[in-house]
Design a protein around this ligand. Sequence first.
Ligand code: 5GP
Length: 214
Amino acid sequence: MIKTKQIGSLIVLSGPSGSGKNTVCDALLAKNHNCWESISCTSRSKRDQEIDGVQYYFLSKEEFEEKIKENEFLEYAIYNGHYYGTPKKAIEEKRKQGIHVILVIEVQGALQIKELVPDAIFIFLMPPSMDILKQRLEGRGTESKEKVLSRFKTAYQEINEISKYNYVVVNDEVENAVSKIESILTAEMCRVDRIEDVDLYTKEEVLHESLMQE
Ligand code: 5GP
C-alpha cells in the first residue's frame, strides 16, 4: 500500500473584494469537514454583525504591533490602511492533525506565504466579470463611494498578481466554485511528492527482496 503524508495542506484563497471569497470559503467548510479556516487578527474596526473571535480577532494598532514584535504572525499586511495578519500557532497544530487549513487573505500576505511555505496551494477567486465585480461592490451599501472606488482600484492591482497563483476559480455560482476547489484538493492529495518514503517503491533491492519472499 502506498503511504502518503498525513499533514494537512495550507490553502491560500485570495481574490478581490467582492469576488465572494468568504461566501465560497463558508460553503466549502460546510461541506468539507476536513478543512478549517484560520481566524485572522485585524486592526480595522468591527462591522455590525461581526463578532470578535469569529470573523477576526479585533485588536488595536498597538496590540497588533506588539504581536508583530513577538513574531506571532505567519504573515501580515497593511490593507486599506489597517493591519491584517495570520496567527501562526493554530495553523501548525491543525495541519499536524491532517486538517487542511484555509487562509482567506489578500495578495501581499499570500506572496509572503509563498516564500515561507512553497508547497501551499494558491487559489485566486475571480468574479465572472469586472462589471459584475463593480455591481457587487456598489451593491454592498456598507461603504462610501470613495471607499468603493478605492476597493475597485485595489481589485485591479490584485488581479495583476494572478500569475503568482497555482489555480484560478471563477465564482459564477458558489456551488460551482466550491466543487472546483474540492477537485483541486483531490488532485493535490494525489501529488507524487505526498508519497511517504518514496524509496520503498523505487529501490531495486526492495523489488529483489519481495521477489525472494515469494
Ligand atoms: P475585510 O476588511 O473586507 O474583512 O478584509 C480586507 C482584506 O483583507 C480581504 O481581502 C481579506 O481577505 C484580507 N485579509 C483578511 N485576513 C487577512 C490576513 O490575516 N492577512 C492578510 N494579508 N489579509 C487578510
